[in-house]
Ligand binder design. Structure first.
Ligand code: ADP
Length: 695
């Protein structure tokens, strides 16, 4: 249960920890993103400042050059140069050279009204220039039209741009054009910038770039939390913020790049700090929780220990055996109330006293003395259930059972002596012993009396059986004897009538046969076992016996249920005995059924044929057999028939014959009538080699 709870709480802790980590990670992400946006917004402001500064610096620089053509138009040497047949070219060349040098422009030149160059500041290096006419150039056409010329020219292969500014030169007429040329790359010196800047014409051609590694690829725009959308480009140094402005008057676009790495770094630092702080806070909370739980557990354990100690004390105090704690020197340290009661002493009286004194030095048995003597030494052996004589405080002796054991977990604490007062048990044992002895005597006397009674009963039984037999035999024999006497008396008178005498003698012979039958039956008990075991056809013997009863069956209108077995079964024994068995059983069934009105049925059934024996049932629908006489049925001379009707020998003979042949007979429970089940050995199973039956 406890484990289940702790398991559940560890699951919930795990779930909480997971949620917390998610929360901290979310916070860290949010803080990082917020701080990045904040830093980017600042970078954007910084970029805007830079853009404005760059534009104003550029305008300032261009303004510095824009007056140069005008300055030349006012120069008298230039005016002279534009006079027909002028010889001032060399002079103007030098003037232009000096002004160009001072102004910082790339070149200054003067064209006549046809666009033909007349003087050129760079006359020393660019010798070929003065030969070419400039009449097709935009800046010339603008100036010759009387306006200020302004034209950018791009030189694709080299990728540079030149700015031309021009102004018409008037003498007494429009005599020519003064031109200033500025290589845009020269602007770099004019623009004090340490960040990437690019200027492009309206058609996108590059006018100026501060950095040779200007980024090329555009990145997807970035939207800040406040809705501002920032443009980004990727270059060699990573991703930068690009801010651009279109100059309406010039049609140029000016762009600056701001490195956003500081913003990313800041986002990482802030996100990392939040994550670190969150994790540290989580760990701190975990630590606090763990330490609180530990304290609680400690408290619970202490309470549990106190409870368990209290319980132990209670157990010791209420124990129904005497418990004595003895230190390794054999001195009593603690004694429970039961021990005090047994010995009749108090704690104060016995504490720190030798245990020997408590147990009674004079009475203590030798093994106990030896165990007590060995306390605190290696010779000590635990003592269990020793019966000894103890001494109470008043000096009286009592029987006790003592055990001494060393404290299992803390041997240094000493020993525990257990004492049980066994006076009551001893008394009971004594009483039991005495009761046993008296009981034994009674049993012997009773057994003797029973044996005598049984002997008397047996004797009485034997006498009764003998009496029954005598009565039956006397009756059975008396009847033919009386008849014979009568026939004999008649015979004397019939001596003269041979025919009547012959009939009379026949009747006497029948009487004698009847007596012979009775004695013959009794003889079966005298010669129990058959002399030879022979194969007897069960089918044949059954048919013979049924034949004998044909008249009786008709008399009773009895229906016979008998199906001869398909194969002839040979049983072991002799024909006469099997006949005897079947005759007795069928006769009994007929006798029983004759007491009831029909219809009468008799079943002869072969129930089972085994390897060694067969089972055969003889069943009828007569009155059946009462349960209380079943036991006696097979006893000789037991009969329910009237005197003269039966000797009570039939079933005794059947049982005796079957037992002698190795079979048996028993009565089955049936719903109607009686059923006798006989088991007889098969001939094949009997001893065929020597079929002499041993006596
Ligand atoms: P007897 O036939 O001379 O009485 P038996 O030993 O053959 O002697 O039978 C003993 C008794 O068993 C009979 O008196 C009769 O009460 C009882 N008995 C035997 N067979 C049957 C039967 N088929 N139905 C009812 N009772 C029977």
């Amino acid at each position: 249960m406890a484990r289940e709870t702790s398991g559940r709480s560890s699951y919930s802790i795990g779930g909480l920890a997971f949620l917390y980590i998610l929360l901290v990670a979310g916070l860290a992400w949010f803080a990082g993103s917020w701080s990045r946006d904040w830093a980017l917004a600042r970078l954007q402001v910084q970029g805007s400042d830079r853009l404005l500064t760059s534009i104003s610096q550029m305008r300032l620089a261009l303004d510095q050059y824009s007056y140069l053509p005008f300055l030349l138009t006012q120069n008298t040497d230039v005016h002279r140069l534009l006079q027909p047949e002028s010889t001032h070219q060399a002079t103007v060349n030098r003037v232009l050279e000096q002004i160009n040098l001072v102004a910082g422009s790339s070149a200054l030149f003067v064209l006549d009204a046809e666009g033909k160059p007349l003087a050129f500041s760079n006359w020393r290096e660019e010798q070929a220039f003065p030969l070419e006419s400039q009449r097709d150039q935009g800046y010339f056409r603008q100036a010759i039209a009387g306006e200020q010329g302004f034209e950018l020219q791009f030189y694709a292969p080299q990728g540079y741009a030149r700015l031309y500014m021009s102004a018409p030169v008037y003498t007494d007429r429009l005599a020519g054009v003064a031109v200033m040329r500025l290589d845009m790359s020269q602007l770099r010196e004019q623009l004090a910038i340490e960040y990437p800047l690019v200027i492009r014409a309206a058609d996108g051609q590059l006018i100026f770039k501060s950095d040779t590694h200007w980024p090329q690829t555009r990145e997807a725009p970035l939207e800040l939390n406040n809705g501002t959308v920032l443009e980004r480009v990727r270059g060699d140094a990573g991703v930068s913020l690009q801010q651009s402005v279109q100059l309406d008057d010039l049609g140029w676009s000016v762009s600056v790049l701001t490195d956003i790495r500081p913003a990313q770094y800041r986002a990482r630092v802030v996100g990392g700090s939040v994550l670190g702080g969150g994790v540290a806070l989580g760990l701190l909370l975990l630590y606090l929780r763990e330490s609180r739980q530990k304290r609680r557990l400690q408290l619970e354990r202490m309470q549990e220990r106190a409870r368990s100690e209290q319980q132990q004390r209670d157990i010791i105090n209420t124990a129904q055996v005497g418990l004595i704690h003895v230190d390794p020197c054999g001195q009593v340290q603690l004694i429970n109330p039961m021990a005090m009661q047994i010995f009749g002493v108090s704690v104060e009286h016995i504490r720190n006293q030798s245990i020997l004194r408590l147990l009674g030095e004079g009475f203590t048995a030798l093994p106990l003395k030896q165990a007590l003597g060995a306390l605190g030494t290696d010779r000590f052996r635990p003592l269990t259930g020793l019966e000894a004589v103890g001494q109470r405080g008043d000096g009286s002796a009592f029987p006790m059972m003592v055990s001494i054991r060393q404290m299992t977990h803390h041997p240094e604490l000493g020993y525990l002596v257990t004492v049980i007062d066994i006076s009551r048990r001893k008394r009971l044992e004594q009483a039991l012993r005495e009761a046993n002895e008296s009981l034994e005597q009674k049993v012997v006397a009773r057994t003797r009396a029973l044996e005598e009674a049984q002997a008397e009963l047996v004797q009485a039984g034997k006498l009764a059986a003998l009496g029954r037999m005598s009565a039956s035999v006397v009756h059975e024999l008396n009847q033919p004897m009386t008849a014979m006497r009568t026939y004999l008396a008649i015979a004397e008178r019939l001596l003269a009538q041979p025919e009547a005498l012959n009939k009379n003698l026949k009747q006497q012979e029948q009487m004698l046969d009847r007596m012979a039958l009775i004695t013959g039956q009794l003889k079966i008990f005298a010669y129990r076992k058959p002399e030879r075991i022979e194969p007897v056809s069960l089918q044949q013997v059954t048919t013979q016996v049924l034949q004998m009863f044909r008249g009786r069956f008709e008399e009773l209108a009895l229906q016979l249920h008998y199906t001869p077995p398909p194969v002839d079964l040979l049983v072991a024994g002799d024909n006469a005995r099997y006949e005897q068995v079947l005759i007795n059983l069928i006769k009994n069934a007929c006798d029983a059924m004759s007491s009831l009105p029909g219809p009468h049925h008799l079943w002869l059934e072969l129930v089972n044929t085994g390897e060694r024996s067969i089972i055969f049932d003889v069943r009828d629908n007569g009155p059946g057999i009462d349960a209380d006489i079943r036991e006696q049925l097979f006893e000789p001379f037991f009969t329910t028939k009237e005197v003269g009707q039966g000797l009570g020998l039939g079933l005794a003979i059947v049982s005796s014959i079957l037992r002698d042949l190795g079979g048996d007979i028993r009565i089955l429970d049936t719903s109607e009538g009686a059923c006798f089940r006989i088991k007889v050995p098969l001939y094949a199973a009997a001893d065929q080699g020597n079929s002499e039956v041993k006596a």
